[in-house]
Design a protein around this ligand. Structure first.
Ligand SMILES: Nc1ncnc2c1ncn2[C@@H]1O[C@H](COP(=O)(O)OP(=O)(O)OP(=O)(O)O)[C@@H](O)[C@H]1O
Length: 243
């Protein structure tokens, strides 16, 4: 990874994203550090998923500067896709494929079959941790929303990416799935990855992350420590930012 001069794996300056007449993101600034988890918090339509899609190299910025793992997302989206692990907010799973087939394909695309120890033991461990071991060979068409979310997190973390992007990973997920996701975030932080978690759930955002950036109407309205956004005082502060 070629880190930019100030060393931050995620740098966003004055990001704007427009879809026709819709201004989805209207000036987001963000810096996220290696070895830390940062939350993007905001209500529905705040611009969180669009920002995450830009960071994943999936949607190009309309304007602004976005550097992920040392790569400019506009100039080199393929290098960005290689460097990140991305759990999209919706979609991403093939209904006729099983979790194991998803993992096999992901490992092959990432050339993980050449690494030691083999990817398959890690894949099996992750499926067990996320309680998907029993359905490893069942097509995902019949999966509940929460099961799909858990598999999307497993796929994002499989290759131990430098930048982990989890968009609404807790949405509709039961407490055991939430616990497994929290553990996966902790593991990624501990090995020095930069983690970004997008969510509308303040309490889980402050549990998972040390820094919280609040988006409203496509723009950043605040960046605070998780402590400042915790408890009743944090809830009041958050409500104040949304009014
Ligand atoms: N492909 C698109 N075409 C048109 N408008 C879009 C598109 N994607 C997002 N938008 C609009 O951009 C705005 C921001 O959407 P975005 O999905 O980024 O918000 P969000 O904070 O992730 O919301 P949620 O929590 O509901 O997922 C919304 O008004 C949305 O309707």
């Amino acid at each position: 990874m070629t880190l930019p001069p100030d060393g931050h794996p995620v740098q966003v300056r004055d990001l704007h994203v427009r879809f026709g007449e819709v201004e989805a993101v209207t000036g987001v600034d963000l810096v996220a550090e290696a070895g830390h988890a940062t939350a993007l918090l905001g209500r529905n339509g705040a611009g969180k998923s669009t920002t995450m899609r830009v960071l994943a190299g999936v949607v190009p910025p309309t304007s602004g500067e976005v550097v992920v793992a040392g790569h400019d997302v506009r100039r080199d989206p393929i290098a960005v896709k290689r460097a990140v692990g991305y759990c999209p907010d919706v979609g991403g799973l093939v209904p006729r494929a099983t979790p194991w087939e998803h993992l096999q394909l992901s490992a092959r695309l990432r050339r993980m079959h050449r690494t030691e120890p083999g990817w398959d033991q890690r894949a099996r461990d992750l499926l067990e941790r996320f309680e998907l071991g029993d359905v490893a060979h069942r097509v995902t068409a019949g999966f509940s929303h929460g099961m799909g979310r858990r598999l999307s997190v497993v796929l994002a973390v499989l290759h131990e990416p430098e930048v982990l992007l989890l968009d609404e990973p807790f949405d509709g997920v039961d407490p055991i799935g939430v616990e497994a996701t929290m553990a996966a975030i902790d593991d990624a932080r501990a090995r020095g990855a930069c983690v970004l978690v997008s969510t509308h759930l303040r309490e889980l955002a402050v549990e998972a992350c040390s820094t919280v950036t609040v988006l409203r109407g496509g723009a950043r309205v605040a960046t605070a420590s998780a402590t400042e956004m915790s408890g009743e005082e944090g809830a009041r502060a958050y409500r104040g930012l949304l009014d």
